[in-house]
Design a protein around this ligand. Sequence first.
Ligand SMILES: *Cc1c(COP(=O)(O)O)cnc(C)c1O
Length: 406
Amino acid sequence: MEYPESVSRRDFDDRMVPVYAPAAFIPVRGAGSRVWDQAGKEYIDFAGGIAVNALGHAHPAAQAALVEQAGKLWHMGNGYTNEPVLRLAKQLIDATFAERAFFCNSGAEANEAALKLARKVGHDSGIADKNRIVAFGNAFHGRTLFTVSAGGQPKYSQDFAPLPGGIFHVPFNDLSAAEVAVNERTCAVIVEPIQGEGGVLPADPAFLQGLRALCDRHGALLIFDEVQTGVGRTGSLYAYMDYGVVPDVLTTAKALGGGFPIAAMLTTEKLAQSLSVGSHGTTYGGNPLAAAVAGTVFGLINTPEVLAGVAARHRRLVAGLDALNQRYPVFSCVRGKGLLLGAVLKEAFAGQAKKLLRLAGEEGAIMLMAGPDVVRFTPSLIIPEADIDEGVSRLARALARFCAEC
Ligand SMILES: *Cc1c(COP(=O)(O)O)cnc(C)c1O
């Protein structure tokens, strides 16, 4: 018998540090894009574990990879390399601009590694004080002190002062402001090709092209935070491919392990040389269990069929949301790419995304917020069309109640 015999949502409030406000129900099982709670109620999962479960829940091949590796070798530490991590590194390098990979456990850690690499490269350049980082308003890069400081939402960082220095923020998609901020003392510019947490806001292609040119002119590294946009989420393997702008450093996490924690910082051979044995590391980074799952997940997603399927599912979900909005006109627009979509609430419903999420949950559909005014959809990249349709009709029921109550 398990101890204690039963647990409930109330226990969260009684036992957990209160940094989250989870839904009223507790999911206990998932299969594909459906999830069941303790009471056996079924949900359509449009959240995908916050853009993580890119192959849905309990994908048979990912499960098999996990079980197979679990029977062989879980962990050795970085005094030894391992076969799954070397295979995964080859997959990532073959598929992207990158020539070197560093593995860690979360998006924040990957960004932390990227920012530290940039500082080190700046330090090694011989140019005095080449240590400034330019980042963008409304950005999200994780919760370590460095990454939360690089993020552009002061509410997440200000109470943890003193913060690491040398980070300068300019408005997102404002190239003129970036031109003023970037100079020879800049070691890196860090940007999300599509701001995820900040409200599903795509960068303008000219903005990213302009940042590339600025970084080239001033010898700064261009870091793309693709923690949310990566691994097929936007319909291309990485968003930079679609934009046609190649970064110097790319961070990838969330979908990389399909639900098993793993992240990577990818870069060029030349830049990687700035780091040396002992200059950075993490105990679990690239452990065989995580790497085996990620290799399988990445291999399944990085196919023309799955990536084209993201575009098809995008069209179906957007069409469904547009039709809903005809009946219940609460959204001003639906934005984003692939299966990273944000439905923006009209002014009259500002701040009500959380309420709509609660009603949707009651009707059996799981979604996310991206700020108080945006309902975010980041489902499995292989969500069946029937589940999209069923989720949209559950959302319709939630919207009917939402409109009646507002
Ligand atoms: C989620 C996210 C992070 C942080 O990832 P964690 O795994 O939560 O540390 C960083 N950057 C972006 C763009 C994200 O969406």
